[in-house]
Design a protein around this ligand. Structure first.
Ligand code: 1OR
Length: 338
């Protein structure tokens, strides 16, 4: 192990912040401040074991073309990722179309939650009015893709934001009961599972809590055993990895075919981001040391969800170059950031 290399060679800890909130709480906290009228949301928080599975399935009949465009719209919805085929069919059955005009309020902050929405078309603005502030602030938006309205249904809290249509558009809506019956259990477990992991990655501190929760929806568990090759130098890149448990070795083969260990990563670290930043093949090989648990983030979700962390990741990646010069004694142009 290269004890003098800082942990920036493989991301994680490079910005010097300590991990906080490591102790997972039994009840997950809602990812945004409770800015609505009710103060306590915890008392009503979801208990997955309480949910009865015997409610009748909701079916809104659809034409073939409607079903095809719905199937397309839900393809990239992160909250639907862990559904199996049958659950997905139930989701498609239950959704119904809602058309909106420019200026329509789809959701008003403070209201009770009725539906979850998937965007078929249109642009939408998100506003939040914080306690003590006079005017709502624009905090984000959606442009012809994505979903919203999950928070109130998931955490039994009032709507955390106002969502307004900027132009005419169309939404697919799912009623609260169906959302809780089919989508909630898996998504809730996943958010809970990854909450402490994502809180322990210093690089992700730049994200809003809400953004970290979306990241949790996108992660996929991948486990390896001792000696497994997780990433192979020279391969094309399809995503990056967050370390959940165990240790990995980072090995680089130089121009003469000689292998050198250049770093290690443990819990709270990450790897595999460099090729996504540079748009180049994998710059090194990653081997599992013992059993390794990782959370994998595919390249599409990386680009969609990690925008606010790009600068920090790039800065950390620039340190790789310095370390490589020290280890190999020469510059290797692996870190040309695109
Ligand atoms: P909901 O059921 O509370 C409003 O209804 C929806 O707006 C909410 O679910 C989310 O799906 C969506 N904070 C809270 N809700 C947001 C935010 C947000 N962005 C989108 N929604 N942000 C934090 C602001 C302090 C924006 C983070 C970038």
């Amino acid at each position: 192990m290269l004890s003098d290399t800082t942990s920036t060679a493989v991301g994680g800890g490079g910005d010097g912040e300590d991990a906080e909130n490591q102790d997972a709480e039994p009840e997950p906290t809602p990812p945004v401040r409770n800015v609505g009228r009710r103060k306590s949301v915890f008392a009503e928080a979801y208990n997955p074991e309480d949910d009865a599975d015997d409610q009748p399935a909701v079916v809104h009949p659809k034409s073939d073309s409607q079903r095809a465009s719905l199937a397309e719209a839900v393809k990239h919805i992160l909250l639907f990722r862990s559904l199996d085929g049958e659950q997905m069919q139930q989701v498609l059955d239950a959704m119904f179309e809602r058309r909106v005009q420019a200026g329509d309020f789809v959701i008003k902050q403070g209201d009770d939650g009725d539906n979850f929405y998937v965007i078929e078309s249109g642009k939408y603005k998100v506003y939040v009015k914080m306690d003590g502030e006079a005017e709502p602030k624009l905090v984000g938006g959606y442009d012809n893709a994505g979903s919203f309205g999950e928070l109130a249904l998931m955490y039994n809290m009032p709507r955390a934001a106002t969502v307004q249509a900027e132009n005419g558009g169309s939404l697919w809506a799912m009623d609260r009961q169906t959302f809780r019956r089919i989508v909630l259990k898996n998504a809730y477990k996943k958010r809970q599972m990854y909450e402490s992991l994502l809180n322990s990655v210093p690089m992700l501190k730049t994200l809003e809590n809400y953004e970290r929760m979306n990241l949790a929806d996108a992660l996929v568990p991948r486990t390896y055993t001792d000696g497994d090759t997780i990433i192979k130098q020279g391969d094309a890149a399809d995503g990056m990895y967050f370390m959940e448990d165990g240790e990995v070795r980072v090995v680089k083969i130089d121009g003469n075919g000689v292998e050198k260990e250049i770093n290690r990563a443990t819990k709270g670290g990450y790897f595999g981001e460099l090729a996504l930043l540079t748009n180049k093949p994998r710059a090194a090989t990653i081997f599992a040391v013992g059993t390794v648990k990782t959370a994998f983030l595919d390249v599409e979700a990386f680009e969609r969800l990690l925008g606010p962390c790009m600068e920090l990741m790039k800065r950390n990646a620039e340190d790789y170059e310095q370390q490589l010069i020290r280890i190999f004694g020469s510059k290797s142009a692996i870190t040309d950031i695109r």
